[in-house]
Design a protein around this ligand. Sequence first.
Ligand SMILES: Nc1ncnc2c1ncn2[C@@H]1O[C@H](COP(=O)(O)OP(=O)(O)OP(=O)(O)O)[C@@H](O)[C@H]1O
Ligand SMILES: [Mg+2]
Length: 384
Amino acid sequence: MPIENNKLKMKLDRKDILKALETITIAGEGKNMVESGAIANVITFGDEVVVDLVLHTPAMHIKKRAEDDIRKTILELVSPDAKIKINSKVEVPDKPEIKGKSIPGIKNIIGVASGKGGVGKSTVTANLAVSLAKMGFSVGILDADIYGPSMPIMFDVENEKPVSVTVDGKSKMKPVESYEVKILSIGFFTAPSQAVIWRGPMASKALNQMIFDADWGELDFMLVDLPPGTGDIHLSIVQSLPITGVVIVSTPQAVALADAKKGVSMFMSEAINVPVLGIIENMAYFTPEELPENKYYIFGKEGARNLSEDLGVPFLGEVPIVQSIREAGDYGRPAAMQTGSIIETVFEEITKNVVQETVNRNESLPATEAVKITTMAGCSAVKK
Ligand SMILES: Nc1ncnc2c1ncn2[C@@H]1O[C@H](COP(=O)(O)OP(=O)(O)OP(=O)(O)O)[C@@H](O)[C@H]1O
Ligand SMILES: [Mg+2]
């Protein structure tokens, strides 16, 4: 009967849909979305199809891309008349298994960089660290900003000094611990007025000691707060440390974005080749804490988000300008520690994205080795 046949023609077949979805791979996952378990269910009713999608990343751009790909693929490969509904769910394990080799005992070394100074690298480092610690990770911070170390103040340990301990017959310095974060900073060894003596080779030597002659113990994450710019100290760090990846901090302002772009290019250059895990937009907008729905985009809107799209690197999230972030930094208790605050939630989201991008990176790339740069210009470099 012709009417029946027409009806039959319009009936979508679940198997055809699954076959079509096998052509899609979600960013950061090695297998196609059916094999990886991202397609929890497919149900068809005539020309309607409902796809249940389970993502293992909270990154919004990955969710959007997966949904767009599903729609496009079904319309192209199965039926241009299909009516598609997608139910997406995000399931991120609280503490994902972290792989990746680096220096013994330290699983992931993450550099926090920016091109421009004063955009909030140290603030972001401190808040990421406490947020990671709250999620149950063991965390250390290496404050590598020889020009202006901030961690002792931000963690209220300005007057402390690392003590010496003996490990396997060797004398090592024990990082200072505050809010469950282990910290070593050049600031522990010098008064602020003496910072200048750390420039050049002495700074590299001091950094090496803080990395290798220290008793860091087991760490899931070591965050390295880098000085601003793309200078010698950055080269020195990538030559000393097998960095898992870097996170770039930028404000939405054009001058900061231009410098952030330089930073991304430097890390991604063939000579350095350190993965960029993503970009964090700091000072994204001003919000009075008592009126959090009021947002004032004083440095421009979504500049860092757009930059991450242009450069094809993940966008990890945005941090508003909030007075309590600045106060908490000066007071020595990172704002993300404040239970129930907006800033706690903001950093939880960003931290989850950083963890997820680290997991993705470790699944898709071999461990980064320390880079051996044969010329200071970094024009010709080989891996150790
Ligand atoms: N989201 C924010 N809201 C309010 N104040 C902020 C925010 N982020 C950073 N600040 C403040 O801005 C100033 C600069 O931040 P921070 O020291 O973290 O920047 P930086 O990039 O590490 O600077 P440098 O390049 O000098 O190392 C600090 O006083 C800090 O408290
Ligand atoms: Mg800083």
